[in-house]
Write a protein that binds this ligand. Structure first.
Ligand code: DC
Length: 226
């Protein structure tokens, strides 16, 4: 069994940036579970399956193969053998994914893949239900969050730096709608596990949050060895 660190939190809280950096410092494997859900979302989008049709989505996901591999330490996601790591980042894919990830059949399919990875390796896994459902016995659980406004501002900066035209208010609304869906769905909703450490990052920078995470991890690993 690997040493498992679970990081959950809402969209845009900086989970992947922090988890990737902390994994590097700790020599852990970073597992981005959102990317796996996004691969499913992309499949639904490509096949023009109505996202609201739970049965059709579940059926379409049944025979899909989602897998991950690591290239130069970076997680790559494959959809039926095709590397889709770039394409899954489109906003449109994120929006479909937020709807279809509420369906239990979609979640079941990815749960095994996620648990298998954590079984074999020391992982930092991020998502929405890692501490509450995927790895309920993880020795370290973190809940990383920030206000909607802060998260929207960060996303806005990121997109404008890439030269993309975007609207801050639209981003704010999009993030609030995603929170609403992720937190209020029946299957594995986003919530802070009772034993998770809360990290409110609105006033903290990436370096500060990363060193907090690395500090907690080292402390828990030390305790585990005592
Ligand atoms: O973290 P992300 O934005 O890449 O995730 C995309 C969507 O996938 C998000 O709206 C919620 C869903 N998701 C989930 O339901 N459970 C996870 N463990 C990870 C992501």
């Amino acid at each position: 069994m690997g040493f498992n660190i679970a990081i959950d939190g809402p969209a845009g809280a900086g989970k992947s940036t922090i988890a990737r950096r902390a994994a590097k410092e700790l020599g852990f494997v970073y597992v981005d579970t959102g990317a796996m859900y996004r691969a499913m979302g992309l499949h639904i989008l490509r096949n023009q399956i109505p996202r609201e049709d739970e049965q059709a989505v579940a059926k379409a996901c049944q025979d899909v193969k989602v897998s991950i591999a690591y290239e130069s330490g970076e997680q790559q996601v494959y959809l039926n053998g095709e590397n889709v790591s770039g394409e899954i980042r489109r906003e449109e894919v994120g929006n479909v994914t937020s709807v279809i990830s509420a369906y239990p059949k979609v979640r079941e399919k990815l749960l095994h893949l996620q648990r298998n990875l954590a079984e074999k390796e020391d992982v930092i896994m991020d998502g929405r239900d890692i501490g509450t459902c995927v790895l309920p016995h993880a020795p370290l659980k973190l809940y990383l969050t920030a206000s909607v406004r802060t998260r929207a501002n960060r996303r806005y900066q990121e997109l404008t730096q890439k030269g993309m035209d975007c609207d801050l208010e639209a981003i704010c609304e999009d993030i609030a709608a995603r929170d609403e869906r992720d937190m209020n769905r029946a299957a594995s909703p986003l919530r802070q596990a009772e034993d998770a450490v809360l990290l409110e990052s609105s006033e903290l920078g990436i370096e500060e949050v990363t060193s907090l995470v690395v500090g907690y991890a080292k402390e828990r690993m030390r305790k585990g060895q005592e």
